[in-house]
Design a protein. Sequence first.
Length: 153
Amino acid sequence: MQHIPAELKTWLYASGSLTEQLTQIAGGHFRVEPLQENFQRLSFADAQWMQMPYQHISWVRESYLYGCDAQPWVQAKSIFPILSLQGRARRFQHIGRMPIGKLLFQRTTPACERRVLWLEDGWTRQSCYTWHGCKFIVQETFLPSFETFLANR
């Protein structure tokens, strides 16, 4: 079993906006590079966690998050069930390079359930947010380049 590196533990369990936290540690630098956006069927595990039908379709955005380095620090995946992309949440389907945290934490603190796990690409935190009555998952995998940055600070 993998052990969480001490310098990553704080990041995996931190509450609030990862966008703000990365921007702060990177001296004001932060950018999002979308990799792909498309409709996908919910995985069984994600559907169970959000208490949604397994056959349900979701809008998925995958992207890299960069700090002050040339290499990405975080690989992010956001999963918005179609049922959740209503009202204010419709904006999430069209945010392009805008960080999700800019909308998610703007004048609000959404309810959040979190789980931390080891995936093939690294330590990952999965957050199931409830925002204005809409449920969705934000998955953030901290890449080796971020661990290297933390170790060299």
